[in-house]
Write a new protein. Sequence first.
Length: 367
Amino acid sequence: MVKILFIGKRFYTNRDAVQEQYGRIYQLPSFWAKAGMQTSLWLIDYHSKDVVNRTEGQLRLKSTPIFSRASLSEWHEIRSASKQVQFDIVVASGDCYIGLMAYRLAQRIGAKFVFDVYDKYDEFRAYLNLPGFNLFKHLLDRADGRIFASRPLMAQLQRATHNHLTLNGIDEALFTPSDMSASRGTLGLPTTGILIGYFGSMTADRGVTDLIASAKILRDKGHPVELILAGRKEHALDTSIEGVTYLGNLPVSQVPLAMSSCDLLALPYRSSPYLDMASSCKITEYIAMRKPVVATLTPNFSGNFPLQARQLDGLLASPGDPASIAEVILKQLESATLLQMPEGATWQEISADTLEFLATLPPPRGA
């Protein structure tokens, strides 16, 4: 039986992997454990001092604060374990600092090091290179295997061998459509009018200000559109204006209900060095909710979902252009074009595919 240690961030994509069990950092090791692999998930907590140590089904989960005695103890416990119980593979996901820790640990115990690159980590604000040393490149070069969350990211950063595409998946039991009128009533949203939803982070490159401007264009022309926004927003973003309802950063369990309340779901991304290389979880979630999508033409969408981008031929807005977004909103209200669900998009399917890749890796360097 293969023994896998997965090290990741507890809080990422504005979600708590312990409490909400959202995203790849929780779902991949969880399904590997269900598949019979002896799997442990060690979460590094950058934001709280909580220590969590529990078993969920077959998955051993531990969360420790960074720079804490609990983290140091976990490190030493893994290092000193006997060969009979030692991990065969160490997977790192979250940023380059977790990557470096996992790489050093894998070296110490003679395990394969797999680097999960779900974002362009050197674009993170906290990322720093030492003089003459590129940590991101170093980890990519030294990894025994690399898994990428995005096609553009993999195309730019893959090495000669042992690369694998592991797109972000979906919890199909959670992201299922519900009745629009009932959903609006539950959330206290307007029962009439056209509701356009955006769900997720609201940094400038997400284009939420462009979406707000496009809605104003349409409202000024007499179209009864309302924006429904949910997610973590920047302080500078004004959501108190007419025609905008901000629901806060909803728990992930409530997001499908809010999506079901909408007539259209929006992906108004701008082009940026970071976002162009990413693959947003919300895209597959939007598609699963069986709502028409209003999107801009950026690599985040077209690079990762080429079939779905072709389905929207003539219905993709120009990034950073509110007038273009407003035009596509009107077109989608008329055509209501739905996107085909990507194949193999559930976490169960994605985790099984990635597990097959891990089985192909050669012995660790220096073994």
